[in-house]
Design a protein around this ligand. Sequence first.
Ligand SMILES: O=C(O)CCC(=O)C(=O)O
Ligand SMILES: [Fe+2]
Length: 209
Amino acid sequence: MRGTLQGSLLDVADEITIGPLGGAVERNELSRGAWVDVRTHWVSGADELFARLVERVPWRAERRRMYERMVDVPRLLCSYREGEELPDATLATARERLGEHYRDELGEPFSSVGMCLYRDGRDSVAWHGDTFGRGRTEDTIVAILSLGAPRTLALRPVGGGTVRRFEVGHGDLLVMGGSCQRTWEHAVPKTARAVGPRISAQFRPRGVG
Ligand SMILES: O=C(O)CCC(=O)C(=O)O
Ligand SMILES: [Fe+2]
């Protein structure tokens, strides 16, 4: 009985598949040795993956100290360290595929998976580099899978300069590499547009945060 029920549920669910990276990734050179790779529509069946992650990830609201005050972090969070079971096998497969594709450039596997849930356009992440760790001093790679409502991922050189904007949509992959975490900053700005929820999964090598 149980088997039949599960089987029929699987039939109606979209199949989740991850497309190839080789030949499908578009590289955007920034300045100072930073780059951004984009692979649109990397994951298909993204509705199903989004629905699973909304439900399975133990999303947490956090508060952080900012200028002597405690403020709400404007997004929900959850992070999976190396060795921790991921909320869906698709993420494990994605991490492996990324590791294979970037093996020569990165020289090490991706390990942790950080997750953000932007509930609507008021949720955001402020300008920052992923510099809690080796990203502060070394070139590295941070790969981001986007699901749900399209949002802008903006980048600007540290110290100021022209802002580059990438629209990241449902199932898209955006990868920041080279010196990007040290010499550029990134943000997902708030938007006044009526946008639905977005999930991002960030794949990082060990010691990069
Ligand atoms: O949600 C995103 O695409 C970016 C998240 C991010 O920059 C971070 O968590 O460090
Ligand atoms: Fe970041």
